[in-house]
Design a protein around this ligand. Sequence first.
Ligand code: DGL
Length: 273
Amino acid sequence: MRIDKNAPIGVFDSGIGGLTVAREIMRNLPSEKIVYFGDTARVPYGSKSRDTIIRYSRQIIRFLLSQEVKAIVIACNTASSFALDTVRKEFDLPILGVIDAGAIVAASATHNQRIGVIGTEGTISSRIHERFLKQLDPGLQVFGKACPLFCPLVEEGWLHDEITTHVAERYLSELKGKEIDTLILGCTHYPLIRSTIGAVMGEKVTLVNPAYETALELRDMLNKMNLTCEGEMQEDFPYRFFVSDLAEKFTEFANSILPYDVSVTQKIDIEKF
Ligand code: DGL
């Protein structure tokens, strides 16, 4: 298949979490265009089964292909854990997930070989980070903890709220007892409450946000495949946003965290794809 190097990158998540990855792509690959899809009608993904997440991911990839993207970033740990291997075999374009980039950074950041991972129930039960980290270094000890209430708190916009601090204290107390020195934020929503998580874990624990490394991995991949967009960004609307529900709320949130003014978000019927 011939791929147009000036086509946009498709980025998707269950909702707003993937915007933390889109933000890093905007900052680090400024000449690339983006089509973002947030599955706001079907969020959260973290409590759903593997089969459901694979079905959702296939539909979203078919939608993104209809927007003629040249590559896809699954900006969701849950969908990366459950669907990445399957969809890579089924679709004929480069697809990146968010698991490996963060794991590589965590493995090199730890000094005591004890790494924590927080994420959705789906991501933590898949133990994908643990498998990947142990491939990098079999001596690593990995401690996972699902934090299912973090996503709704972020989606609600309670980023700096005492309720979020209480929830974080309760979830993270178990990990604090494990003497980890590195913690992977294994859900793309969590960087938005990074300061709360950091305050609870204490300054001796390094927090790893895989979004930045995923953007760098994307840049390397595009370079290697000769798919980097040529020239300066010329478009008036280089970033386009789509959701499956509640476009206004999404737009408001996107504007609060992106270095870009989102004027419209289009709602689409994802079940048609
Ligand atoms: N942000 C997503 C992740 O990285 C999913 C959150 C959810 O929908 O449960 O796993």
